[in-house]
Design a protein around this ligand. Structure first.
Ligand SMILES: *Cc1c(COP(=O)(O)O)cnc(C)c1O
Length: 243
């Protein structure tokens, strides 16, 4: 499996993971939830496979990928025990490269994307599981469906062949105040509850990142997506022009 992880890097990841697990448990306890109702995802962007595998060996069962190209170049080196989800914005022309290679796509936000995923899934003879991404903060720059448009998109997802709708995902705006975070997560929780009246088979509410996962757990998140809290601050490689 390629390169070994340096011992001090391995130790740092294990230490952060242990801290996260304690904080998750405390947050679940405070919310009156069983700890096994929240799944921890390790978000792998910019993280070398040997570091990702330290988390997997320590018991993290789920990885989250943002970029199709980065995923395809790293996946052969991942510990095969880990399940992989696509969490990044997905362009229609990349659908073919991702369908069937991940067990869940978190970032579906249009009928157009639903149709493309359905088409490719049919060609592969599979069903693809998905979440609908909601733009809960109403930011113009963000991907995700507006809350007002969610019921129609959900209806479309339920009717599209080869698609299994598992729930909702959100990336809220970067917060300045705890109150704002709580308002966003509370709105997502109520959308999710309302959607489940129509589609009770939905069982995943994907929200909460390194800075806000305890709050997300308080508002019913069933899957939290952590990058820097596990692997440390990301260092992006310099752009080609600067290299
Ligand atoms: C990067 C990323 C995360 C993790 O972010 P951290 O703040 O490092 O935990 C979670 N979800 C998505 C969609 C991301 O792109």
């Amino acid at each position: 499996m390629g390169t070994e992880c340096a011992p001090h890097v391995r130790a740092a990841i294990l230490e952060r993971l242990a801290q996260v697990q304690v904080r998750m448990e405390t947050a679940c306890h405070r919310a009156g939830r069983a700890p096994d109702t929240v799944t921890l995802m390790a978000v792998t962007k910019t993280v070398p496979p040997e570091q990702v595998n330290v988390a997997v060996e320590a018991g993290v069962t789920l990885l989250g990928e943002n970029r199709v190209q980065e995923f395809l170049s790293k996946r052969a080196d991942y510990d095969p025990r880990a399940e992989v989800h696509m969490i990044g914005h997905l362009q229609t022309n990349k659908v073919r490269q991702i369908v069937g290679k991940v067990s869940l796509i978190h970032s579906v936000d249009s009928v157009h994307l639903l149709r493309e995923i359905s088409k490719v899934s049919a060609q592969q003879g599979i069903r693809q599981e998905i979440l609908l991404e909601v733009n809960i903060g109403g930011e113009a720059s963000k991907s995700g469906v507006a809350p007002e448009a969610l019921p129609a998109l959900m209806e479309a997802a339920l009717q599209t062949p080869q698609i299994t709708l598992r729930g909702l995902m959100t990336i809220p705006p970067p917060f300045t105040a705890q109150r704002e975070a709580e308002a966003c997560f509370a709105r997502m929780q109520s959308l999710y509850q309302k959607m489940r009246e129509t589609a009770p088979q939905m069982d995943i509410l994907s929200m909460g990142m390194s800075g806000d996962y305890e709050t997300a757990i308080a508002y019913g998140a069933t899957l939290i997506r952590l990058g820097s809290a596990l692997f440390g601050a990301r260092s992006y490689p310099p752009k080609a022009a600067e290299a």
